[in-house]
Design a protein around this ligand. Structure first.
Ligand SMILES: [Zn+2]
Length: 288
């Protein structure tokens, strides 16, 4: 179903596409990343986010972190911006080779979108240029896309559309590999360890950020040079994790259960933490 959506995105809205599986982390994955990020904002950045969020969001970025998925069919140009595909099952990523849409149009991929919305948000304090953009939408797109780029299969292979055409069983339920990484691993983790409460999972990830991962966090936050954000680093890590963890050992109709879940859960938790930390770091660089 998702693969169909991905191919047909610019052509028509089919009925099956009206009820898609999520494109990107599921609602919880995006919510977790935005919640972690918002708690790490500088004062200036927290203020800018508050100003840009619509009133009904009540200053909760997490509540609108999946907005970009909901507007996919209204903004028919946007679905290609949620992922990157590498050709010939390559486990490496190169912007110049891979950042394009199905029609070959350059920059129309997840990394290009992150650069674009970062640049738009950089006009926030400039009265003369900021009117050119809808900076509320730019904030919501950027927050969502920094989440997506940390889901390993959002930087996946062209051939299987980021795991969307690989049928698997998650325990007893039929699904596709992409959905396992968007939703199933997180859901199973919440049910098994967190009393089905996403807030408990967020607390644990936050404790790890200030605990076991504390000495890595600076490295996650930093880009190579003076860039405001660095999606090429995030995408290179993503395709590596896709090869080493998501695709590894999985074939059509694989039955994935405890061995897969328990070995992959640390990767999902790490990517959620990195997504949140980097979204905050990017917004803090943008808003000063
Ligand atoms: Zn998405």
């Amino acid at each position: 179903m998702m693969s169909f959506c991905r191919v047909q995105i610019l052509v028509l809205v089919s009925l099956t596409c009206l009820f898609p599986a999520t494109h990107g982390w599921g609602i919880d994955g995006h919510f977790i990343i935005c919640r972690i990020a918002q708690a790490r904002l500088s004062n200036a950045s927290a203020d800018a986010v508050k100003q840009l969020l619509p009133d009904y969001a009540e200053n909760d970025l997490g509540s609108l972190c999946s907005w970009a998925d909901r507007v996919k069919f209204r903004y028919h140009w946007s679905p290609a911006l949620h992922f990157i595909d590498t050709p010939e099952k390559l486990c490496t990523y190169q912007y110049s080779r891979d950042c394009k849409d199905a029609n070959g149009e350059k920059d129309r991929c997840l990394a290009g979108a992150i650069n674009n919305y970062t640049n738009q948000l950089l006009t926030y304090s400039s009265e003369s240029t900021k009117a050119k953009y809808n900076l509320t939408e730019a904030l919501l797109f950027l927050s969502h896309f920094i989440g997506d780029i940390h889901q390993p299969l959002h930087v996946g292979f062209t051939e299987d559309k980021g795991g969307n055409t690989i049928d698997v069983h998650w325990y007893t339920r039929k699904t596709v590999l992409h959905h396992v990484w968007d939703v199933s691993i997180i859901d199973t983790s919440e049910e098994r360890y967190y009393n089905s409460n996403v807030e408990n999972l967020i607390d644990t990830i936050q404790q790890n950020i200030t605990g076991v991962w504390a000495d890595q966090v600076k490295k996650w936050e930093n880009c190579n040079s003076t860039e405001t954000t660095c999606p090429n680093i995030y995408a290179s890590e993503g395709i590596k994790a896709a090869c080493e963890w998501a695709y590894k050992g999985v074939t059509e109709d694989s039955v994935l259960k405890d061995a897969y879940f328990i070995s992959r859960l640390p990767i999902v938790n790490l990517r959620l933490a990195q997504g949140g930390v980097r979204l905050a770091a990017t917004l803090n660089r943008i808003f000063g």
